[in-house]
Design a protein around this ligand. Structure first.
Ligand code: NAD
Ligand code: UDP
Length: 320
């Protein structure tokens, strides 16, 4: 069997770095492309010694010329804090990035995977969310740069598939957590764990009764590869996430217990357009891919708390 050469955009990010490692473990050649906007070289440092791994600093908004068999397109900041910092760049990354990577896939006849998101469902009125639900996104709100950017990327993927017969794989990812999230990422799991480990108040936005469903990164990456390896007629979109719903208050209690923390809770204003509930319907992933998350939140939090503990012990401090 010939070895596959696989491009991972956003490969130095949280999920991308786990995906690069997993692909190397199974024998692929991996090219990681990243502009280090939210990703870090630390995330891929352990991979650099592998002769089958190559890292390229590049912005996906610009064309890229490499020869590859498969592309996983993950480049895009995922934390609301980071994607709202430079919203125009966020839309460009999703849309121009998709156009450039689809063009590359077309030239190389490569199979291409898109890291889409549960955010395409917006603040949903259908619960749990199946892939057939078209969503409820505010097109002019502060989350739109991400939500509409990802929706437009899905449109481009399906048009390239229909028009140019490209082999596409679109995954809609629900909230994922684990080691390699940035301590200052701003997302709920990393915020709560850092606050708990520092015995600082846990910041609950709003009443804390909004829900999310959390998937551990190893489970998610297994789902990515199962989708990429599935027959060509399986295009998605397909939900990947763990269908167990928690309120932010419940999550805070689990984190406090796992960290052995004395933190109290403090309530802050709920950000605009914050979805009230979110839970994936993963019937398709179960039936088509035979995929199912295996790691319970308590178990995944244990590994993630241990990771952030080591980051703090190495001297990480929040920027003042
Ligand atoms: P992340 O911010 O850790 O990783 C994104 C990576 O993309 C970073 O390494 C960043 O530097 C890189 N990047 C950003 N803009 C770029 C550009 N213009 N050119 C090249 N590289 C660029 O986020 P993550 O959680 O690892 O998310 C990875 C992908 O999965 C994203 O596309 C995100 O939208 C999607 N996703 C993640 C989640 C989640 O819960 N983590 C949920 C839904 C979707
Ligand atoms: N959240 C919170 N405290 C925090 C960070 C986030 O209560 O310190 C809430 C946020 O308002 C949202 C949920 O946690 O309801 C998940 O937020 P996150 O930014 O992780 O991802 P989202 O699913 O909103 O994209």
């Amino acid at each position: 069997m010939t070895r596959k050469r696989v491009l991972v955009t956003g490969g130095a990010g949280f999920i991308g770095s786990h995906l690069c490692r997993r692909l190397l473990e199974r024998g692929d050649e991996v090219i990681c492309v990243d502009n280090y906007y939210t990703g870090t070289r630390d995330n891929i440092a352990p991979l650099l010694a592998n002769p089958r791994f190559e890292a390229i600093r590049h912005d996906v908004c610009l064309p890229l010329f490499v020869e590859v068999d498969e592309i996983y397109n993950l480049a895009c900041p995922a934390s609301p804090v980071h994607y709202q910092f430079d919203p125009v760049q966020t839309t460009k990354t999703s849309v121009h990035g998709a156009i450039n990577m689809l063009g590359l896939a077309k030239r190389c006849k490569a199979k291409i995977f898109q890291a889409s998101t549960s955010e395409v469902y917006g603040d949903p009125e259908v619960h749990p969310q199946p892939e057939t639900y078209w969503g409820r996104v505010n097109p002019i709100g502060i989350r739109a740069c991400y939500d509409e950017g990802k929706r437009c990327a899905e449109t481009l993927f399906f048009d390239y598939h229909r028009q140019h017969k490209l082999r596409i794989k679109v995954a809609r990812i629900f909230n994922t957590y684990g080691p390699h999230m940035r301590p200052d990422d701003g997302r709920v799991v990393s915020n709560f764990i850092i606050q708990a480990l520092r015995n600082e108040p846990i910041t609950i936005y709003g009443d804390g009764l909004q829900t999310r469903s959390f998937c551990y990164v190893d489970d998610l990456v297994r789902g990515f590869i199962a989708l990429m390896d599935s027959p060509d007629e399986i295009t998605g979109p397909i939900n990947l996430g763990r269908p167990h719903e928690f309120t932010m208050l419940e999550l805070a209690q689990l984190v406090i217990a796992e960290a052995g923390s004395s933190s109290t809770l403090t309530h802050q204003e709920l950000p605009q357009d914050d979805p009230t509930q979110r839970k994936p319907d993963i019937t398709q992933a179960r039936n088509i891919l035979g995929w199912e998350p295996e790691i319970a939140l308590e178990q995944g939090l244990k590994a993630t708390v241990a990771y952030f503990r080591s980051v703090l012990e190495a001297g990480w401090e929040p920027r003042s």
